[in-house]
Design a protein around this ligand. Sequence first.
Ligand SMILES: NC(=O)c1ccc[n+]([C@@H]2O[C@H](COP(=O)([O-])OP(=O)(O)OC[C@H]3O[C@@H](n4cnc5c(N)ncnc54)[C@H](O)[C@@H]3O)[C@@H](O)[C@H]2O)c1
Length: 266
Amino acid sequence: MAVTQPNGRLKGKVAIITGGGGGMGGAQARLFASEGSAVCVADNRFEAAEQVTAEITKAGGSAIAVELDVRSADAWAEVVARTESELGPVSLLCNNAGANFRVGFEEQTEEQFRLIMEVGLNGAFLGIQAVVPSMRTAGVGVILNMGSLASIRPGGGSPGYAAQKMAMVGLTRSAANSFAKDNIRCVIISPGHVDTSFIRGNNEHSPNSWATSIDNPDNFERRLHNTPLGRLQQPEDIANAFMFAATDDAAMITGSMITVDGGAAL
Ligand SMILES: NC(=O)c1ccc[n+]([C@@H]2O[C@H](COP(=O)([O-])OP(=O)(O)OC[C@H]3O[C@@H](n4cnc5c(N)ncnc54)[C@H](O)[C@@H]3O)[C@@H](O)[C@H]2O)c1
């Protein structure tokens, strides 16, 4: 992990990063901390959040791990209160937590559809509501939502995922419009095919079998073939875009989508 720069690009910032124990959330947490932000690593898999936090503190950064199920408004209130008291008012929020069940329209159960929406969409909505008062205290804020190729065209292997990631565009634009007056920006960042456990492993929130995992060379090759720049993205590729959007380099960017997909949506 990069050496922490106390005077880095995010000096004085306080970030809450959901899905912070995961591939992309973890990469954001490490990068933000290395650039001087204090980071609250939030995940419903507490041990995964603790592991990322341990790496950050070992490198000289400032971080706390919290257990958070993004579907609970009460849990959000506790996490924001704890972050404020231990790190200070929240100035950055990264909504990464997501779920997917890769089955077609006629096979997807109501329970699966609801879970995808509740984690990805309701979770981000509740997170935004929870942090905005803290961002007003900070006097500045940036909310970064995780999109997908499914935010651009139907896909992602299931109707719930297609609906959730398209709806994230609307949520981003609504938040951007509502909170610009508070000096709070909101941006959606849409990756292509990112080599994480989400599309490789068999997780509770994102099950994969041999038929869907990129451990299967056929699936890996298909995703590679669909990426004009010739490689899958790494979590760090996406974290770099989150970093850009979090800084004043993006001071006039709000309500927009940034795609980081190697051209996969073309
Ligand atoms: N990997 C890809 O190719 C890809 C592409 C585009 C978008 N995405 C999106 O990126 C986001 C992050 O995924 P990733 O690839 O880093 O996968 P990941 O599985 O490594 O990380 C997802 C994290 O979300 C956490 N999570 C799940 N449900 C939660 C809940 N209810 N409350 C709190 N945390 C919860 C998981 O524990 C996990 O740590 C997701 O929203 C996903 O839809 C992934």
